[in-house]
Design a protein around this ligand. Sequence first.
Ligand code: HAM
Length: 417
Amino acid sequence: MSEKMIQPVRGTHDLLGEEYRKHQWIHDVSYSIAQKYGYEPIATPIVESTAIFKRTIGETSDIVGKEMYTFDDRGGDSITIRPEGTAGVARAVISNSLTQSMPLKLIYDGPMMRYERPQKGRTRQFHQIGVECFGISDPLVDVETIALGAQILEQLGVAHRSILEINTIGDTDSRKAYRQALVDYFTPVSSHLSADSQARLAKNPLRILDSKDPKDQELIASAPSFDHYLNDLSQDTFRKVCQGLDALNIPYKRNPLLVRGLDYYCHTAFEFTTTDLGSQGALLAGGRYDGLVGQLSGPETPGVGWAMGVDRIALMLDQVPPQPRPIAVIAIGDETMEAAFQLAMSLRKQGIRIELAYSGNVGKRMKWADKANAYAAILLGTDEIAAQQATVRNLETGEQNLVAFAVLKDYLIDTFK
Ligand code: HAM
C-alpha cells in the first residue's frame, strides 16, 4: 500500500483528543441551550437523492454547481452526500408527515461534504450543528432563532470575537424586481466583471453581490440598493426583526451585500462572522426559507434556521472544560490483580472514573497513574484484601488512608469530587 493511501482523503481529517473534546463540548452546550428553546433532535441520512439539493439549494449555486459529492449508486440512482442539513431535514418533515404537526423545532448535527479548496477553517468534510424551525412566519421567530445562536456563541465564549451581520433578501416579488435592476445595471458593464460573475449575471445576478473579486467589488459599490426594491411586506418584516434584536440588546450590523449562497432563502439572512480565522469568517449562518418545503412538493410552510460550523468554532476555542480526572487502581503484586480488576469494574459501575494499571511493578504503575493525571491511587495488597479495605493515596498531597471496601465509593466521591 502506498503512503498516500494511508493518509486521510484531501480535505478530511481524523478527529481525536483535544479537538474531539472541543467538538463534543460545542455539541453539548448547543443541544442543552436549544432544548430550552423547545428544539427536538433529529438525525437524517448522510445521503439524499441528488434532486433534493438541486431543487432547493439551486442549480446555479456554487454548492450544486461545483461542490457536491454526487454519484450513481449501484442501482443507477443519483445520490449526493449531504453538503448541508436544511434540505434533508425539510425532506424528512415531508416524508414523516410532520407537516401535520406544526410548529416544529428540530436540531441536528453531523458531517457534511463540499468539494472546496481546503484552507484554514475550510475542509471538504466539516461538521455542522443546525436548527430549523418550521410553521411560524412571525418575524419574532427569526429573532428567537438568532438569539438562540447568540446565546450558544456566548456560552462557548466566542461571542465577543464575532459580529452578527444581517440583511433582508425580501419576498419573491421584491427579489424579482431587484434582480431586474441588477441585470439592467450590470449588463452594460458585464465585460468588466469576473468570469464567475458574468456567469452569475445570466443565472443568478444576486450572487454577484457576494463576489470577493476586486474588479467586481468596484462595480458592486455603485450597484442599486435592494432597499429601493423591497415591497411593504418585506420592509415591515425586516423592521420587526431589527426591532426584536434591539429589544433583546443583541448587537448587529446591517450588511446590504449579504445574500447567502443557497437559493432557498427569503426575507431574513444573517451570519455571525469573525476576523480571527482569515477569509473563512462565517461561524453560524442562516435565514428564513418560506418556500423550501413547497419546493420539495410539501405544503407551503414557513421556516427559519441556521447552521454552525463546528470545526470553525473549535478553532476559536482556547480550551475546553477539563476532563474529570480518574482514580487509579493499582495492584501490589500480580496476586492481587484479579481483586484489583473486580474493584475497578465495580467502582466504574458505581459511576467513578477508574484507570487500571495492567503491567509493571508498583513504582512503574504509580508513574503511570501520575501520567494519567489521576487524583488518587487505590493500592491493593494481599493484606488489604484480607481486611476488605484499600489504601487510598491522594496523589496531590501524598496523604494516605485505609478505607473499608464497603464505604470506598462514598469516600472517593466525598474526597475527590
Ligand atoms: P452555510 O452558510 O452554507 O449554510 O453553512 C453554515 C456554516 O457551515 C458556515 O457558516 C460555516 O461555519 C460552516 N461551513 C460551511 N462550509 C464549510 C467548510 N467547507 N468547512 C468548514 N465549515 C464550513 C448552510 O449550510 C445552511 N444549511 C444553514 C441554514 C440552516 N440555513 C437555514 N437553516
